[in-house]
Structure formats: C-alpha cells, structure tokens
Design a protein around this ligand. Structure first.
Ligand code: 13P
Ligand code: SF4
Length: 318
C-alpha cells in the first residue's frame, strides 16, 4: 500500500472522527500536527474535564498513559484509546502501589495527596489527587494539623510546602527526568540574555526550589517569575503586556504559546528539554487508532472506583 501524505492522513483522520463522532484530546507537549488536529489541547486538569464533558463515546487521547487512564477512570462508559501504549511517564514510574502501601503504614494518620502523574493503582490508594494548576488549593483543603504524604514529584511538593507554609508534608523523592534536568545555570544564562522577559516556570522543574529560595535574594526577579501549569503559561502569556518570555518546561509548550501569541517571543531555558514519551504519538499512529480501534485504556472496577473518588475530590475543589 502506498504511504499517505500528511494531508491525506489528516483527511482520513477527519473522516473517521466524524464517522465515529469521536474527539481527539491532546496535551500541550504533543507535536504540532497532533495539536493542530485535536478538538482540544490543554494541561492535565483541563484534559480531565474535557474527557468528562465532551459529548462523545470515543476519545483518542494524545498524551501519556496516566492521562488516558485518568480519562478512563472518570468516564468508564466511554472508549478511551491511546495511539501508543509505550507513552509512559518517568515521574509516574517512581512509585507503585506496593511502595505507597508501605509508606502509608509508616504514617497511618496521614492524608495522601497524589499528583495525577501516577498510575491508577496509586490513585486508588490516594485520598485526593492534584495537578500542577491546583496543588496548592488541594493541600489547603486539608486541615492544617493533618499530616500529608505528597507524591510523587518532590519539586512540586517543595513548592507547595513553601507556599502553604506547612511543615507536616512528607515528600516522596520522585522526579521527572525532563524537568529535573533543568538546572539553575540554564536559567541564569537565559535570563541574562533576556533581562526584560517574564520567566515562566513549571513546578516540576529541578530549578523551581532554587528559584523560590533565590526570589528573596533578588537573584531571580520575583515580580516577573511565575510558577504555572502548562496551560497557565499559555494563559499568562496571552494576558500579559510583556513581549518576551523565558520558558522553563518541556519544549512542546512553545508551539501553543506561539500559536496563541504570534506577536510575542518565547525562549526555552533548555532547548533539549524534550519528553520522548509525549513525542511517541504521531499522526500515523492516530490514524491507526481509528482504523483498528487501538489501544484500549481500561481500569478494573475495583481500582477505578477508589481512584475516581480521589480524582473527583480534586475536581470538586478546582
Ligand atoms: P500540566 O498539568 O501542567 O500540563 O503538566 C503535566 C506534565 O506531565 C508536565 O510534565
Ligand atoms: Fe512525565 Fe516528565 Fe513527560 Fe511530563 S514531561 S509526561 S512528567 S516524563
């Protein structure tokens, strides 16, 4: 069979999307062509809402596995397909259910707050989930005197600890290999080149703790530094009067930033901050998903039920 051109592939995807009344959801780090064909592009929290709210029984989820799994937990009646089952997450892989059970046994009175970058089994052992855009709000919803086990991202946990001024948060030492690789020296170099720019930083970054500490010393400009989720960055760039932005996260975000703000300039702190898992989703694989109805993402009921409760508690307060 002759290989379809990119436009032919897009046309075929559109035909099948219509035929199945399907929806394509894509994360902000997806490659440009996937973002362009998606019905909605957003951050983890927005994608959870959209999976629930779109009036469609078939969702092609262009992101990583835990995100598709979250959609499957929230909407068990819908068919959720991921174009490549290998699209994992190094951060979600830092803790499994057995390890969490053991940690809980060591702190029997603590509440468990899990970042959505976790497997369904871990969510099932969680009291309340959070994302980068609502982690502070979620922690603040828990009584001040209650101990919290926060997992799996240590940089997000340290950010939340500092903002909420709580010292009763135990931190799981997990990190994402992409964000952990962004170091203070990368920031200093870029901020020196663009001294007037706003500095947008994702709380998963290895440099986020450093930045917060150095805000105080004015080593990093406090008023122009914003710690935001991926969609929070897009929103901020749109609303800001600034023209230049230094961006500290996975470089896929540069595409929606530029697309929604064509007259502004975005400079990545680190050019090779690339999540290879996110880039596993390609146009050909999306077409394959439609043609062969692959790959199903399902969660067994006994895991989905408690996991859903933890996600819904988060959605209620977001
Ligand atoms: P956001 O929820 O900010 O999009 O982050 C998800 C993620 O995996 C970042 O690496
Ligand atoms: Fe996971 Fe990191 Fe990729 Fe986000 S960038 S999906 S946290 S591996």
């Amino acid at each position: 069979m002759t290989k379809l051109s990119e436009q032919q592939t897009i046309d075929r995807v559109n035909e099948l999307r219509k035929k199945h009344n399907a929806v394509i959801l894509a994360h902000n780090y997806q490659v440009p062509v996937i973002q362009d064909i998606a019905d909605f592009v957003g951050d983890s929290l927005e994608l959870s809402y959209k999976a629930r709210d779109f009036d469609s029984n078939l969702i092609i989820f262009c992101g990583v596995h835990f995100m598709a799994e979250t959609a499957a937990i929230i909407c068990p009646e819908k068919k959720i397909l991921i174009p490549d089952l290998g699209a994992g997450c190094s951060l979600a892989a830092t803790i499994n259910a057995k390890e969490l059970k053991k940690w809980k046994q060591q702190h029997p009175d603590a509440a468990v707050v899990s970042y959505v970058n976790t497997t369904a089994e871990v969510k099932a052992l969680t009291d309340i989930c959070c994302t980068s855009s609502n982690a502070v709000k979620v922690v603040e919803s828990i009584p001040k005197n209650k101990k919290i086990l926060f997992l799996p991202d240590m940089f997000l946990a340290m950010y939340v600890k500092r903002i909420t001024k709580r010292d009763n948060i135990e931190v799981w030492p997990g990190e994402c290999h992409v964000h952990a690789g962004i170091k203070p020296q990368h920031i200093h170099e870029k901020l020196k080149q663009h001294p007037k720019a706003d500095f947008l930083i994702h709380p998963e970054c290895g440099c986020s703790t450093y930045c917060m500490v150095y805000f105080a010393d004015k080593d990093i400009p406090q008023t122009t530094t914003k710690i935001l989720s991926t969609s929070g960055m897009v929103k901020h760039a749109k609303e800001s009067k600034k023209k230049d932005f230094v961006v500290s996260t996975e470089t896929g975000i540069l595409y929606p930033l530029k697309k929604k703000n064509p007259d502004k300039n975005f400079y990545p702190v680190k050019d090779d901050a690339i999540c290879e898992y996110m880039k596993m989703i390609t146009l050909d694989k999306v077409l394959n998903s439609f043609e062969n109805m692959v790959y199903d993402v399902t969660v067994p009921y006994h895991i989905a039920k408690p996991a859903k409760r933890a996600i819904e508690r988060m959605l209620e307060i977001s």
